[in-house]
Design a binder for this molecule. Structure first.
Ligand code: S3P
Length: 445
């Protein structure tokens, strides 16, 4: 297990960089290309471990996928029915998106698949996907674990009788989760009749955008709902080349560092700015950071732009409701910035953070306390006192890439040397994180 040493309070960050491809869009691009009706190229993939797991699993299911240069793959899609039973357990590693999306994909297949993962993934709740898939007629079983009545990986899915189809459902999701929504929509591609998913708040909509771009009969039926109606559709997804934009969730760490370290100016080009993901930009603006969004274009159904950040004094804010959902993966970073800000920050409605790669409410509180911050942990969020007065320390990532990176960013503005332990997981989403910060002038390595 390796560590990162961050020497904080040194020089401003400056320069122009790019970030690896968007993790969420990357998973979807390879999955949809794998079941499309012909060959297509996927470009801009991050090379991160999570996306690689999805690619390896699709290969194990018989899809021909060839490397085609850095971040690029040539995927020979031959439709959903060409998928074949894999020999052993499909290893999703640390990736919640892989296990939940692929459960939906495999639920409609005539063969049985077993999906597992690492110790962190095996502690994450899977009833949220099992339940709707069972309602559609799928067989899904899993392991028992910490919480009675909950279902954990490994999951066993599929094995539908020959000639049988799943049934379309109307599903009122109790959680705003793009993974749940996407699993249901993937199962719905092969189901009899229409499927509607309604969410309590709108989660990221990359699946809807990509399905529509590939010709699937997917319609938004409301602000928080969509319907896939396969009646009269030939069930063929168009084979189109797909380009994955840079990951805003990775760019956010650089923008946060830039806001925090006095005198900094950073430009990040080719970043996805889908409005279901830009909560972090809104929160940073409310905290007083200056981030300009330039040269907005639409690429493959997703908005992409250049982001220019500048350092600014930060103030405490309230993050709640829909904004919490739109900034969900960036909340550990926001908490790290809040510890340096003037005044308190409250994060509410974030109970979902407790079931991410780690319990991110507890892990974020522990990370900030290790650096001298005053933090109150609540069932659904955090209150961070703010006001700076932090000291260098030793942070444990709790096996979670975003805690490791948020800790490193927090440390950049603390004079002295901070050590972040267990950082190999950063490669699940942002390979090159430390190197990119170093390129901007940070003392990290
Ligand atoms: C993701 C959805 C979110 C997010 C995760 C990626 C996706 O999870 O936190 O990092 O790619 O669909 P939930 O669906 O559990 O909210």
């Amino acid at each position: 297990m390796s560590s990162l040493i961050v020497r904080g309070g040194t020089r401003p960050l400056a320069g122009a960089v790019t970030v690896p491809g968007d993790k969420s869009i990357g998973h979807r691009a390879v999955i949809f290309a794998a079941i499309a009706d012909g060959p297509a190229r996927v470009r801009g993939l991050s090379g991160g471990e999570d996306n690689r797991r999805t690619v390896a699993i699709l290969r194990a299911l018989g899809v021909a996928i060839e490397d085609d240069g850095p971040g690029a793959l040539r995927v020979s899609g031959r439709g959903l029915d060409a998928l074949l039973a894999a020999a052993g357990e499909l290893d999703c590693g640390n990736s919640g998106t892989s296990i939940r999306l692929l459960s939906g994909l495999l639920a409609s297949r005539p063969f049985v698949s077993r999906l597992g993962g690492d110790e962190y993934l095996r502690a994450r709740p899977m009833r949220r996907v099992a339940e709707p898939l069972r309602q559609m007629g799928a067989t899904v079983s899993g392991a028992t674990g910490k919480k009675p009545g909950e279902l954990y990986p490994p999951l066993t899915v599929g094995g539908l009788a020959p000639g049988k189809r799943l049934s379309g459902i109307h599903f009122d999701s109790p959680v705003a989760s793009a993974q749940v929504k996407s699993a249901i929509l993937l199962a719905a591609l092969a189901a009899e009749g229409p499927t509607t998913v309604v969410e309590p708040a709108r989660s990221r909509d990359h699946t809807e955008r990509m399905l529509a771009a590939l010709g699937a009969p997917l319609e938004r039926t409301g602000d928080r709902s969509c319907t896939l109606d396969p009646r009269g559709w030939d069930r063929r997804l168009a084979a189109r080349d797909l380009e994955v934009p840079g990951d805003l969730s990775s760019a956010a760490f650089l923008l946060g560092a830039c806001a925090l370290v006095p005198g900094s100016r950073v430009t990040i080009s080719n970043v996805g700015v889908n409005p279901t993901r830009t909560g972090v930009l809104d929160v940073l603006a409310q905290m007083g950071a200056t981030i300009d969004v330039e040269g907005l274009v639409q690429r493959g159904g997703e908005p992409v732009a250049e982001l220019r950040g500048r350092a600014a004094p930060l103030r405490g804010v309230e993050v709640a409701g829909e904004l919490t959902v739109r900034a969900i993966d960036e909340l550990p970073l926001i908490a790290a910035l809040a510890a340096h800000a003037d005044g308190a920050t409250t994060i509410r409605d974030a109970a979902e953070l407790r079931v991410k790669e780690s319990d991110r409410v507890a892990a974020t509180a522990a990370m900030l306390r290790a650096l001298g911050a005053e933090v109150e942990e609540r069932p659904d969020g955090l209150v961070i006192a703010g006001g700076g007065r932090l000291r260098p320390g030793r942070v444990d990532s709790h096996g979670d890439h975003r805690i490791a990176m948020a800790g490193a960013i927090c440390a950049l503005a603390i004079p002295g040397e901070t050590r972040i332990d267990d950082v190999d997981n950063i490669a699940t989403s942002f390979p090159g994180f430390a190197a990119t910060l170093a390129e901007l002038g940070a003392e990290i390595g």
